[in-house]
Design a binder for this molecule. Structure first.
Ligand code: IVH
Length: 676
């Protein structure tokens, strides 16, 4: 069969692209495209090569693993090649894999076959060589045959043993595993780098790979790296158990970290159940994974199955849906939220990412939008992880069409036309229309009726938007005046649903003070603060009458929150809405405020806390002072009796010293508290 010229060209172009991406990924630790795009290119090339095997050349990217080592490090020849894994992107592909395994082993497809199932860690593969229990060499995977010598760097990772524990280890033991950067460390590292104006990493995996390949081990040592080991390589002068899972148990006894999520499962059903279980917990793990790996557990079976070019036949990676994808920006619009925050949103060519079809992604705020320089027409990477709102990660500059324009911040609210202003020190710009702005009104209502607030069932976003657009509802109080006749006239509203809605509106009247407060949507007052306020004061009138100083005695309430609360209740309009709500029958069980100590040793004394304490949190300190009858406020004045200064106390300490307020350290506070 002769190969069409166009196919030859296509194959060459795919190889070119893959080589380029390999270089970006492996050498520069700075990939340009999401993994999903890279996988697609590779698969396309593989498909063409299997259709036209005469096109396969030894230097095709399909014929080797990763990229060549960079010369700055010495190279290390791997005694046994460090291979890659084949991927399964669907249950069907996984079943095909299992069928091939069963066929080769000549066992029944539904015979019990144990697989060692493990998360597929998203970091960088390393080989660690131990001679007589001592770490003598660390290497990257490199091209699979030769890697870079990174001994000095791996020695700085605290969870890699320099000397093995226990006994019975082979004289020569090569252990392989994945070095990764836990998410928390990654975020902290990037935040720090950004502050210093240094290069940030796109994801934890590149951060791990980049950190391992630092020329100066002192830099590696500063990076929060960790490791889980997942196999052995070259072994001599000793014996190991005859199952993969048992080898990992043994490695743990010798001092290596192995992933605690691993499990031996039975057959394909066991694999699928593991995939589901880990998939559901993916976002709550402290590190990134991009799938799970199944390995035939018995080594005799593994040997029988052997390898094909670059991957073992006895293992497969079952990938999770990609969390990053490429798509194009069709428009950039501005959304107005409940508090007036104007957020730029990208309208996207719909794309399947993170398990759902996404057509909008947040751009957070103007600074972010300009930093990323996203424009209409751009090809961008969108990311959707877990239940988090999809976001635009970055633009692909090479794919920008001609004549695009920088997006400007709107000066007027796109919904109500009021001025949009951005206060100093604030990242977001806000519409100044308040409840005059239909968008803010609708969002405030959605919040008011939401499950954790007044919990009105059956009043969805679309209906609220309609009611607001018709000027039928202006404030939450209007909700309780809706009639059956009005409702049945709304789009898609039958008699039955109108009745159900009315009855859930009625039911919502009986609520709690904490839900009611939260539902009012005072800025900065979330559920926790609403609940603290409710239990501290017991009655709404007391909260409405409280001044900023008094409010700051409440758990978690600092000066900013206190000022938001007084500002909210100071508005005539808000007081009116509250009165109308109560008049329509909204009610909650009243409570007396809990008794406060009036005879404690600290009765009548006012405290201010500043800096960080080591033996307790500031909130704990606040609770204990209040329990002893004292008051805790947010700012230092002449009325302050004590300033408790922890570590890194700043301007409050200076002010207290100027006003000659008694300053206590943590030990002195502790003494005062235990003296009573
Ligand atoms: S076993 C011959 N187990 O995935 C089998 N690999 O695509 C070699 N990886 O280079 C690998 N988690 O960097 C194995 N639990 C795990 C893994 C894992 C992550 C990485 C590893 C490897 C790549 C293959």
């Amino acid at each position: 069969m002769s190969v069409p010229a166009a196919t030859r060209k296509k194959v060459e172009s795919l190889r070119e692209q893959i080589r380029h991406h390999n270089y970006q990924y492996h050498v520069l630790d700075d990939p340009e495209v999401p993994d999903a795009e890279y996988d697609r290119l590779t698969r396309e090339l593989q498909a063409l090569e299997s259709e036209y095997p005469e096109l396969i050349t030894p230097d095709s990217p399909t014929q080797r693993v990763g990229a060549a080592p960079i010369s700055a490090f010495g190279t290390v020849q791997h005694q046994l090649p460090m291979l890659s894994l084949d991927n399964a992107f669907s249950e069907e592909e996984l079943r095909d894999f299992h069928r091939r395994v069963a066929d080769r082993l000549e066992i029944e497809i539904d015979a019990k076959l144990s697989y060692a199932a493990e998360p597929k860690l998203d970091g960088a593969a390393v080989s660690l060589l131990y001679q007589d229990g001592n770490l003598v060499q660390g290497a990257t995977r490199g091209d699979g045959t030769r890697g870079e010598n990174i001994t000095h760097n791996v020695r700085t990772i605290e969870s890699i043993p320099l000397k093995l524990y226990g006994e019975g280890y082979p004289a020569t033991l090569e252990v392989r595993g994945e070095v990764f950067m836990p998410r928390a460390g990654f975020n902290a590292f990037n935040a720090q780098a950004e502050k210093k104006g240094e290069k940030t990493f796109v994801n934890p995996r590149n951060a791990a790979a980049g950190s391992l390949r630092q020329l100066d081990p002192r830099l590696t040592a500063e990076r929060p790296l960790d490791i889980y080991v997942y196999s052995v390589g070259h072994v001599a002068g000793g014996i190991l158990p005859d199952r993969h899972s048992e080898v990992l148990d043994q490695l743990q006894l010798w001092g290596f970290k192995v992933c605690p999520e691993r499990k031996v499962v039975d057959g394909i059903d066991g694999c699928l159940a593991f995939y589901e279980e880990i998939g559901a917990r993916r976002d709550s793990l402290s590190y990134d994974i991009d799938g799970v790996v199944y390995k035939v557990d018995r080594f005799d079976y593994q040997r029988e199955l052997g390898f094909v070019s670059r991957a073992p036949r006895w293992a497969i990676a079952h990938k999770f849906p990609a969390q990053e994808e490429l798509t194009t920006v069709q428009g950039i619009e501005f959304q107005v939220g409940r508090t007036g925050a104007v957020t730029p949103v990208a309208r996207l060519e719909p794309v399947f990412v993170g398990g759902v079809t996404v057509s909008n992604a947040t751009l957070h705020n103007m600074d972010e939008l300009h930093r990323k320089d996203v424009r209409v027409g751009d090809t961008v990477i969108v990311r959707r992880a877990g239940d988090v709102i999809p976001e635009v990660v970055k633009v692909m500059p090479d794919r920008r069409p001609e004549r695009t324009r920088i997006v400007k911040a709107p000066r007027e609210c796109p919904v109500c036309g009021s001025a949009v202003v951005r206060e100093e020190d604030e990242a977001v710009a806000r519409c100044t229309g308040g409840l005059f702005c239909p968008a803010q009104r609708a969002e405030a209502l959605k919040h008011f009726v939401s499950r954790r607030a007044m919990d009105v069932d059956g009043l969805g976003s679309k209906l609220i938007e309609q009611l607001v657009a018709m000027d039928r509802i202006e404030t939450p109080a209007d909700l309780y005046g809706l009639t059956r006749e009005e409702l049945v006239e709304m789009e898609r509203m039958g008699e039955k649903s109108a009745e159900n809605l009315l009855s859930s509106i009625e039911d919502s009247k009986m609520t709690t003070l904490s839900r009611f407060l939260y539902g009012l949507g005072v800025r900065e007052v979330g559920e926790a603060t609403a609940s603290s306020l409710a239990s501290h004061y017991g009655k709404l009138e007391a909260i409405m009458a409280a001044d900023e100083g008094g409010l700051q005695e409440v758990q978690d309430v600092g000066p900013v929150v206190a000022s938001r609360i007084t500002a909210f209740f100071g508005e005539e309009h808000n007081r009116e809405v509250i009165q109308r709500l109560i008049d329509s029958g909204v009610t909650w069980p009243e409570a007396e405020p809990p008794p406060r100590a009036t005879d404690g040793a600290l009765f009548g004394k006012t405290f201010v806390l500043t800096g960080s304490l080591s033996g307790m949190t500031r909130n704990e300190a606040k609770d204990r002072i209040q329990a002893a009858g004292g008051k805790v406020t947010g700012s230092v004045s002449k009325k302050t009796d004590y300033l408790v200064a922890g570590d890194k106390a700043g301007s409050k300490l200076t002010k207290a010293q100027n006003l000659e307020v008694t300053v206590l350290n943590e030990v002195e506070l502790e003494k005062l508290l235990s003296d009573q």
